[in-house]
Design a protein. Structure first.
Lengths: 186, 175
């Protein structure tokens, strides 16, 4: 659906800005651009970050798979591997714990005046991304290929015919997790 | 009308409203832009474009930038939008203020802003490097990939938190 719209480059740049605006507005209202909220999540004292991520996951999953079932959209799955999706994200995690913002919430944090997110975070992320481009040829074909996962989803690896036989139970489990977090007063 | 303005001025919304909003926003980006929400690719393009401006056009020949073309695209505009959206949100709710180091940081590690900035740069470098190694960040894998139930994304999201929780505990509980 909307192929003409997807191919309209200028309009897509404007839509990117608009969607980003909404994303940043929501992140700020959710207080997850706040160093303290993120750090308290990583210290397991405040579960705002997880609540937002899991709610987004449930809502997004149901809608995205419903639209895919009707042929309105196509999925965007990144192919992965153990050598890609374990070491990189662990290094990212070290950054997450020391910087206290993620790339998106760094931009959001600058929006409320956090200069450590700008002068520290953004500068660091740019340096890190540039360094990765420099070492990429050495990693490609080696560690990045270890333990290929393809772009498989949980639905592909479970013995089900109907994707909803996975989506609905996952949604129920995540909602139960959220309920228990509230019950425990976290 | 006043209630709508009050809601927009409210500095803090329920995480379930915000999470649901981000989920619905994802429907819209898939439908109208054929894109998932994702942030860190734009940082990689920016790093490449800055390096290209400084060191010349040969930078674009690097293998990584051949596979991930430099330039301003949908995802790049998305990141600019995130900043603007957060700025407007903070301004209208009166929570905007310049700050060099968060108060929680200062209470634990002192008021020297250079130490905070050095640690933030270090964290940023790990984050930029790790996000590119893992092909995504807390948005691309944590939200967009996880909601599609992609195995690599779910694994990445888990590792973001393992690394993050371990580091945070080390800093605030041990040091």
């Amino acid at each position: 659906m909307f192929t003409t719209l997807h191919n309209n480059k200028r309009l897509q740049l404007a839509l990117g800005l608009l969607f980003g605006f909404c994303f940043g507005f929501l992140l700020q209202k959710g207080r997850v651009c706040d160093y303290e909220v993120i750090m308290r999540q990583l210290l397991l004292q405040d579960f705002t970050v997880l609540k937002i991520m899991l709610t987004a996951m449930v809502t997004g999953m149901v809608g995205v798979y419903a639209m895919r079932g009707r042929g309105w959209i196509k999925l965007h799955k990144k192919a992965g591997s153990l050598g890609t999706n374990i070491p990189g994200p662990l290094i990212f995690g070290i950054g997450f714990g020391t910087l206290g913002y993620c790339p998106g919430t760094s931009m959001g944090a600058i929006g409320h005046g956090a200069l450590d997110a700008l002068v520290g975070g953004i500068v660091g992320i740019l340096i890190g991304a540039g360094l990765y481009a420099a070492v990429y040829p050495k990693l490609k074909g080696r560690i990045l290929n270890v333990g290929d996962l393809g772009d498989k989803t949980l639905i592909d690896v479970l013995p089900v015919r109907n994707p909803w036989a996975v989506i609905l139970p996952v949604a129920v489990i995540l909602v139960l997790v959220l309920f228990s977090l509230e019950k425990m007063g976290l | 009308m006043n209630t709508i303005i009050d809601v927009l001025r409210d500095p803090s919304w329920s995480p379930y409203v915000v999470g649901g909003g981000i989920g619905v926003l994802s429907w819209l980006t898939f439908l109208f832009s054929d894109h998932p929400l994702g942030i860190s690719t734009a940082f990689s393009k920016t790093a490449g474009m800055i390096e290209k401006a400084v060191r010349g056009p040969k930078v674009a020949n690097k293998l990584y930038y051949q596979e991930n073309k430099l330039g301003v695209d949908w995802g790049w505009m998305l990141v600019i939008g995130v900043f603007l959206g957060a700025l407007v949100s903070a301004r209208i709710s009166g929570t905007f203020r310049w700050e060099w180091a968060p108060s929680m940081w200062q209470a634990a590690f002192g008021t020297n802003i250079f130490i905070r900035l050095a640690v933030a740069v270090f964290g940023g470098i790990c984050m930029g490097f790790g996000a590119r190694w893992g092909c995504g960040c807390t948005s691309g894998h944590g939200i967009s990939g996880s909601m599609q139930l992609v195995l690599g994304s779910l694994l990445s999201a888990l590792c973001f938190f393992i690394g993050g929780i371990g580091t945070a505990m080390l800093m605030y509980r041990v040091l």
